[in-house]
Design a protein around this ligand. Sequence first.
Ligand SMILES: Cc1ncc(COP(=O)(O)O)c(C=O)c1O
Length: 375
Amino acid sequence: MKVKIHTLFQYLLETTDAAPEAIVGFSLSGAPVLGDYLADLDPELSLDWNNRGFRDLPELRDHVLAQAGLTDLCQREDVLITAGAAEANYLSIMQLLQPGDEIVIETPGWPQAEVLARAVGARIKRVTRRESEGWRLPLDQVADAVTSRTRMIFISNPNNPTGDLLGQDELEELVQIAAAADAWLLVDEVYAGLEWDAPRSPSIAGMYRRGITTGSVSKALGLQGLRTGWLICQDADLVMDAVILRENSSEIMNIMGEMIAEIALRPERYGSAMEKARREGAANLAEMNEWVAAQDGLTWHPPRAGLIGLGRLPHGIDSDAFARRLLADPYRTFLLPGSAYDQPGHIRLGVGGGASVNLAKGLGRVSQALADWQF
Ligand SMILES: Cc1ncc(COP(=O)(O)O)c(C=O)c1O
């Protein structure tokens, strides 16, 4: 088994040193600073392991259940704290998929499941979200893709990169589809909490015994660098399998990540942090909508949730070439090309970064690059 590079990561690797002057691609809220937590951190905290369990701090696991609306539906034991939602996805996929198993994934979608499934030797079945249908997930096609060999359905809700959102009814339908094949249903909920025109969707771990919720403090709270996320599942064997795989990779959580995440998710802090993230995200989104409307030939379906969406480039512009030119002089502006998601005619537009992001600067440069491209 060898894990191969995906075009999305390839692009990030190739552009890391570009030192852009503006970014129009932030997928997370403005990041807090360490000083915001110092008053609540104990200077005598031992930097050894937490000594409280391999699933990590019990009170952090309680907060995780609370923010997901799962306090009455799941137990502390159903939660494993991980190095981000990425590790939670990794542990689940690697412990569940065997060579020859089928996995149903969405496209466009977060590429991690496809990359890992390919490495395992699983069979990948793609379901296409169509722009003409507002990037909705076609549930009839998910049902058609599922067979008796389907081991897992993997989606992100809200979806990366389109910002589409499945509500309760659609999730219930998805559960029925998965249950009919006794398949695992992994819903990556890393963008949950920033829904713009709907309530937060229910977490899948509370809806289905084989439902796996993954999430983290990375996106709405902007705490990506803590590398702290979670896996929630009512199936005790799956959680234990994840603990076992983690014991053989990173072994335990990093103590600072779990301690700061526990503080950040305390109800008195979490509520106001989310309120700020919503306010700033909504303001940036309004600015982005206004800007898109003013561009010739550029369109998008604004995200229904989360901080990213796909913009369709004017006809004939290749996203990879455009993103690379935009990153060079005189524009020096970063965004992700849609080619990272098999969408070569699109760009990923992000409204994260909070109040200090200065979206106008980057958007002005994108306008200029678009204008220059056409002449
Ligand atoms: C859908 C999705 N899942 C997982 C991740 C990784 O998040 P984390 O920082 O929690 O590992 C990302 C990051 O962009 C993402 O978009």
